[in-house]
Every structure is written in structure tokens, then in C-alpha cells.
Design a protein around this ligand. Structure first.
Ligand code: FES
Ligand code: FES
Length: 161
């Protein structure tokens, strides 16, 4: 076992892990941050997306030891300081950007990373960026709409679905 330390949602966290322990497993099983979902074993679904040192990462593709010393952000740390939904989360709610919700944490974390780099993405850019996130409920239309609304763009011309 190896001790790892990282900052998760602004708090110092540590634990003992095996070399094979994935970051997603460490977050869920050791830190009980179960908002990071595991929806596949092929690194395709994106339900596990977190931020590591500010970059969107599929937490099932990284060993916990690789995140030693890193700044990690998960869905649990995305709300505003007063506990209210942040603008992306609120936009998902307002535009029905979720159905069962399983993909939602990964979608929100991917959206946050996209909007950090591209604050006003086009619909095509949002769809391209979400290439690595699967919604098994196929709610892509409203997810894209929610992300564009969160970026401050007028989405009234985009039909509801
Ligand atoms: S659980 Fe990481 S991509 Fe599916
Ligand atoms: S809302 Fe169900 S998987 Fe996306």
C-alpha cells in the first residue's frame, strides 16, 4: 500500500491505496465521494469525469497514485459557497438536462471544463466536446441546450425536447 495525499474540493485528503487503485475508486470507496460515477469499464462513458489540476480527466483512466499531490475537483465541490446550485447545475435543472441523472456529474464536470476554455461555445463545439460523455437516456439535446444557457447565450430559439 502507498499513501497518497491530494486536495479534493479544497480539502486535504489522504489514504492508503494499492498501485492498481483507480482515482475513481479512491474517490468513491475511500473518500465516499460517490457523485463520481462509474458507468463502464472501457473508459468510454465519461460518468467519472473530474478535474485534476484544472483539467477534465476520466477518473477511471488514472491511478490514485498518479493524482498524488494534485488538486482534484469533483461534483460534490461544484455548488456555490451557500449551497445553491452553480450556474451549470442550475441550467441543467432549468432546461431539463437530465433524466435518470447517472451521466450528470460527468456532464457537469465536462461542461465546466469546456466553459473555462471556451466561454461561449457554439452548439457544434458543445456537441464535439461531449464526444467522451455518454447519456444512456439520450438526453443530449437538452444537455447541450443547458450548457449553452449556462454560458449566457440565448437558447430560446433552440426547441425544447
Ligand atoms: S467510468 Fe470512466 S469512462 Fe466510464
Ligand atoms: S440522464 Fe440518464 S444517462 Fe444521462
Amino acid at each position: 500500500m502507498t499513501q497518497v495525499k491530494m486536495t479534493v474540493n479544497g480539502k486535504e485528503m489522504s489514504g492508503d491505496v494499492e498501485g492498481r487503485t483507480l482515482l475513481a475508486q479512491f474517490l468513491r470507496d475511500d473518500l465516499e465521494l460517490t457523485g463520481t460515477h462509474i458507468g463502464c469499464d472501457t473508459s468510454q462513458c465519461g460518468a467519472c469525469v473530474v478535474h485534476v489540476n484544472g483539467e477534465a480527466v476520466k477518473a477511471c483512466t488514472m491511478f490514485a497514485v498518479e493524482a498524488n499531490g494534485a488538486e482534484v475537483a469533483t461534483i460534490e465541490g461544484q455548488a456555490n459557497a451557500d449551497g445553491s446550485l452553480n450556474k451549470i447545475q442550475q441550467a441543467f435543472q432549468d432546461h431539463h438536462g437530465l433524466q435518470c441523472g447517472f451521466c450528470t456529474p460527468g456532464m457537469v464536470m465536462s461542461a465546466a471544463a469546456l466553459l473555462k476554455d471556451n466561454p461561449k461555445p457554439s452548439e457544434a463545439e458543445v456537441r464535439h466536446y461531449l464526444d467522451g460523455n455518454i447519456c444512456r437516456c439520450t438526453g443530449y439535446h437538452n444537455i447541450v441546450k443547458a450548457i449553452m444557457a449556462a454560458s449566457g447565450q440565448d437558447v430560446s430559439a433552440i426547441a425544447a425536447e
